[in-house]
Design a protein around this ligand. Structure first.
Ligand code: DP6
Length: 323
């Protein structure tokens, strides 16, 4: 029996953010979230279960990985082994075509691609909702990288019904994400530690309480292709998440000087009639979202701002695939 499999998945950018869990172990989010897959960026992962291995091994971009990242991948593989108990340990080899750990959700693409590859290698043949639930156990946002295009992750009531579904395919709307890369360095405090302290912020309960309203507005704006409505609700949601991050017990200031320069400039450009908005995840890079027609103008404006090392451009991406 062939016990190897390959998977490809895109990272995603959230318009309505996931921050904080009801259950950290199961990655059951405090609130639902909505995102767009990023089609030009991807992680490609190869998994091979081999009888002679006594533990899982992990290689990322040609580098043998040990420590916390390996343990996290191995815990994920334990979930796969719960579904296929006889399968044994695996060699995992992964490549990204984008920088890791700096606000482009590398863990989302990583665990979505790993879920696809492991499913194939173990012969599980899971359906999309099960793949999304499996990916969620590796990294919450990874569940949104399984379905096509624009995806919503329902917070659900248990581990069973917390997974993402596509609300519109990648072909639905040509939105572009211009990622202003401000730092490619690995962040000091990652999302997992950040999520676990979210409720130490006095603002988290209010953010969670009002999330369903913003989810409704965001979903509707995507379905209607109403850019102004999407911009308003997404920027507000991003600022609410960062307000929580900055007021946690150990405050997380992900914004750098150049990040705030971009955020403020984007607001000015929008007031001057340019359709665009800014959103940031757990890192300093600013994702500037705009309709395809505005892409060139936005790019030219961004190039005038100091402190941006690189601009990475992506349109909407499809679902994760087994290769
Ligand atoms: C700020 O999915 O990276 O990007 O489950 O611990 O891996 P883990 O967290 P992760 O959190 C992403 C948080 C965010 C917002 C978002 O993508 O919704």
């Amino acid at each position: 029996m062939n016990k190897s499999g390959e998977g490809i998945a895109h990272p995603n950018i959230a318009f309505i953010k996931y921050w904080g869990n009801r259950d950290d172990g199961l990655r059951l989010p405090a609130n639902g979230s909505i995102s767009m897959n990023l089609g030009t960026l991807y992680t490609h992962t190869y998994v091979e279960f081999r009888a002679e291995l006594h533990a899982d091994t992990l290689t990322i971009s040609g580098k043998k990985i040990s420590g916390a990242a390996l343990s996290r991948a191995a815990s994920f593989m334990d979930q796969v082994r719960r579904l296929a108990p006889e399968i044994g340990y695996a060699e995992i080899v992964s490549e990204n075509n984008f920088p890791m750990g700096a606000g482009i959700a590398s863990s989302a693409a990583a665990f979505a691609a790993l879920a696809m590859a492991a499913d194939k290698a173990a012969g599980l043949n899971l359906k999309e909702s099960d793949l999304s639930r499996l990916a969620r156990l590796g990294s919450g946002s990874a569940c949104r990288s399984i379905p096509d295009g624009f995806c919503e992750w329902a917070c659900g009531s248990s581990g069973e019904d917390s997974y993402a579904v596509s609300i519109a395919p990648s072909t639905h709307w040509e939105l572009m994400d211009l990622i202003a890369v401000i730092s490619g360095e690995h962040k000091k405090v990652g999302s997992t530690a950040g999520h676990s302290a979210a409720f130490t912020s006095p603002f988290q309960n209010e953010r969670v309480r009002t999330a369903p309203e913003r989810l409704n507005k965001c979903r509707q704006a995507i379905l209607d292709k109403d850019f102004a409505a999407l911009a308003a609700v997404s920027e507000q949601d991003m600022i609410m998440m960062h307000s929580v991050m900055m007021t946690q017990a150990q405050p997380l200031y992900y914004w750098e000087g150049a990040s705030i320069r971009v955020i403020k400039s984007v607001r000015d450009w929008r007031e001057d009639g340019l359709s665009c908005f800014a959103t940031l995840d757990a890192g300093p890079n600013v994702h500037v979202i705009c309709p395809k027609e505005e892409m060139q103008t936005v790019r030219e404006q961004l190039e005038k701002i100091s402190g941006i090392r690189e601009i990475i451009v992506s349109g909407p991406g499809g679902k994760a695939q087994a290769v």
